[in-house]
Design a protein around this ligand. Sequence first.
Ligand code: ZN
Length: 269
Amino acid sequence: MTDAKPSSWCGKGDKPRDFAKHKPIICYDQPEAAVISKVDYDNKRFLAVTGELLETLVVPKREARTWTMQAGDLCRITVHEGSQVGDMNFWNLENRQERFYSGKTRQLHASHLKVYDRLWSCLPHLRPMATFVFDTLAKYGIDEDGGALHDVIGTRCDDYTYKLITGKQRVGSCHSSLVKAVVEERGMCEQDVHDVWNIFMCTGFTRDTQQYFCKPSPAQKGDFIEFIAEMNLLVALSCCPQGDVSVPVGAEVPDDKCHPLKVEVFRQK
Ligand SMILES: [Zn+2]
């Protein structure tokens, strides 16, 4: 015999409990360093994109690549063949212990980054690593389901979670691509890969259950984003094997849903 109580039992009788209602309070007042001069950054952007094109790199579909930038350089990432989402990592080039902190970036700005928001580094550094300066998709805004682009919700697709959900073993995720790129190109290790800036991906949380959702990316050929480095950076980008994210996780992603992304680095003359 068990003397377990019914699951509704709370030990205080059957009275429903009332909770006081409060209006949401924004947790973090934006620090001065998180609010930039838009005019200054529009000028910096203009000087960089009309300056010298230092590097052009194509990240092949379902793969990842790394590159470096000096403070002040501008990086443009273009959907140059077809709709595609990307997962990005950032490290201080001189000290790779200092790396991108998606959680704090989310708290200081929002779950999805907009032009003039910044990407922040981990504790104890907590410095701006880059500033988002241009987005051809800025007008997408926040849709009727609360979905928006370029999230810093965190993590990245990985084969460990895939196995947990599907029971199947595979190698083919942003995490495994980022690991391969940093190991082969920079002599780093799996633990160096961290939570990402999820570019061109449309995500949100369902209103009723607050579960993570995604939608097919609205990015089309020719769309691009730009950011300016605030310190010397090592950057990594994975072309997500989910492609444009129009196929649910676990299902086979057809090759024509996946595309490369073009990276260009500009410097003021
Ligand atoms: Zn991915």
